[in-house]
Design a binder for this molecule. Structure first.
Ligand SMILES: [Zn+2]
Length: 323
């Protein structure tokens, strides 16, 4: 599985790096000179705005921190061997078809039924969302500002990953169907072209009374879209001549190939609605789990002894693991 983890990592690392567009290879929609706002950052930022009060006011103060640290969980993959499995679940290894009846609601149940090696090899993202919601609850109970922000940033990342169709399927980058690159196409390149549309969507988080069932529903919904995501790409490839399918961008000092605006429009005709839906659902999931952790903690007063986003928290520190 190490090879597969590295492939997943390679895709996700691309989310972190600003893309600079090469002059002369851009369509009308590529006039914006910098990407620089990966989807995890966008989702954490929008989740702050989607919280009920009084949590919204508190989180808005720290919105920049939560946006900036939304990808720490991906960064930790380099240093922590047990990190990668937290970002996905190969639901097709539990059930060949929907509904996901064989996918347990709880990690303990999954481990008891399928064994450690199977469960961790095929990912635990829905379970990690529960684990991190509990950690965030602990942080609120202890009014520990550093832990609140760190757990919120990471929970936002895991909750967003759980809503991405190709994070719920073993064919996560089209490697089994010769559709390499579809992962970045769906979650990075299409959202780049339609970022304004995505961020115009409104939603509001609410209390989740049964987190395991809720996350199971989120994963099932995302998994339901995986086949459509793959099939639509096959159709779109046949519709657009190969030279017109790609544009070139600068990623740092490296010239990269990505979907052209023409191809993005063609593929987008088939999947844009689901991207918008999953983006909005991701924002809602993040804000709902943040809010639920606070409610489970007894709706404590929110700590205010540290303000703003410039408190220099260490990114890799894991000293707040209490479970
Ligand atoms: Zn991730």
């Amino acid at each position: 599985m190490n090879r597969l983890y590295k492939l997943r990592l390679g895709v996700l690392v691309s989310l972190l790096c600003p893309l600079f567009l090469e002059a002369g290879n851009k369509g009308e929609k590529l006039d914006r000179a910098e990407w620089g706002f990966p989807m995890h950052r966008s989702i954490n930022r929008k989740a702050c705005e989607s919280l009920p009060e009084p949590l919204k006011t508190f989180y808005m103060v720290h919105q920049s921190y939560l946006e900036m640290h939304s990808t720490d969980a991906d960064s930790r993959r380099y240093a922590a061997a047990d990190e990668a499995c937290r970002h996905f679940i190969d639901a097709d290894h539990y059930d060949q078809a929907l509904p996901l009846d064989s996918l347990p609601l709880f990690l303990d149940s999954a481990l008891a039924r399928f064994g450690d090696s199977f469960v961790y090899a095929h990912g635990i993202v829905p379970y990690q969302c529960l684990i991190h919601t509990r950690k965030l609850q602990w942080a609120f109970e202890h009014q520990n500002m550093e832990a609140i922000l760190r757990y919120s940033a990471d929970l936002g990342h895991y909750a967003a990953d759980a809503n991405v169709p190709l994070h719920t399927h073993s064919n996560y980058n089209g490697q089994f169907t010769n559709q390499w690159g579809i992962h970045a196409l769906w979650e990075t390149e299409l959202p780049f072209y339609y970022l304004d549309t995505l961020e115009s969507m409104l939603t509001q988080g609410s209390v989740v009374y049964d987190i395991p069932a809720y996350m199971h529903q989120r994963v099932e919904k995302a998994h339901q879209l995986a086949s459509q995501t793959l099939e639509a790409e096959r159709v779109a490839r046949k519709s657009v001549p190969v030279p017109a399918q790609f544009a070139f961008v600068w990623q740092g000092k490296t010239r990269k190939k990505m979907a052209s605006w023409t191809f993005a429009q063609t593929y987008g005709q088939r999947v844009l609605a689901s991207i918008i839906e999953q983006y909005t659902t991701s924002v809602n999931t993040v804000s709902s789990l943040w809010f639920t952790a606070w409610v489970m903690a007894g709706e404590p007063l929110l700590p205010s002894d540290h303000q703003g986003h410039d408190w220099p928290f260490p990114i890799q520190q894991e000293s707040w693991d209490h479970e």
